[in-house]
Design a binder for this molecule. Sequence first.
Ligand code: C5P
Length: 218
Amino acid sequence: RTNKIIAIDGYSSCGKSTLAKALAKELHFVYIDSGAMYRAVTLYFIRNGIPITDTEKVTQALAVIHIDFHNENGRTVILLNGEDVSEEIRQMYVSDYVSEVSAVKAVRCAMVAQQQQLGQRRNIVMDGRDIGTTVFPDADLKIFMTADPKVRAERRYLELKNKGENITLEEVFENLAHRDYIDTTREESPLVRAEDAIVLDNTDLNEEEQLQFVIDRL
Ligand code: C5P
């Protein structure tokens, strides 16, 4: 491999995507949001009433799900079988179910294969839960992000409120705790810090300081 790969993993709502986007912009790398892919699969399962316990239906669905990233005036949109689902996948009803879907082995196999393909021959920053451990164990730099759970919930709450979502801070806190629990305890590639990942606790760091932290370690 001659291209560069930066892997950013960590808990829910730690600001992984904000940092990854800033980093990609600074370095002229391509940013890939692996969580958006799991969210798109989840949306497909919800819309089509596919129970995650039905292995046959899950396998059939995965064979016809096509996920693409596409750049639109500097904004990255995610396409699920050609439809822009960028907004829809951020809704709470998707967030509430995405970790259950992401724990399914067949789902992970399909997504990991696609992510590895996206990382061929291009310099990329990819964020998620298992990028440094499973998707790209040979990444050039691995960052493991964490922050105070209350601070994370407040940040996400404000973000969703600003988008007009009708939710409470408690609901957001519960959702993050729920996802972190499933993500860290699942059997298939659980969220865990890769041995060679650098820990970045951003509870008290602004975006510029976080970017500098990573740049200093390149
Ligand atoms: O990154 P984001 O919070 O949008 O991811 C949504 C969910 O997708 C996570 O809570 C996790 O369950 C799942 N996920 C995963 N592996 C990844 C990225 C996301 O299991 N690499």
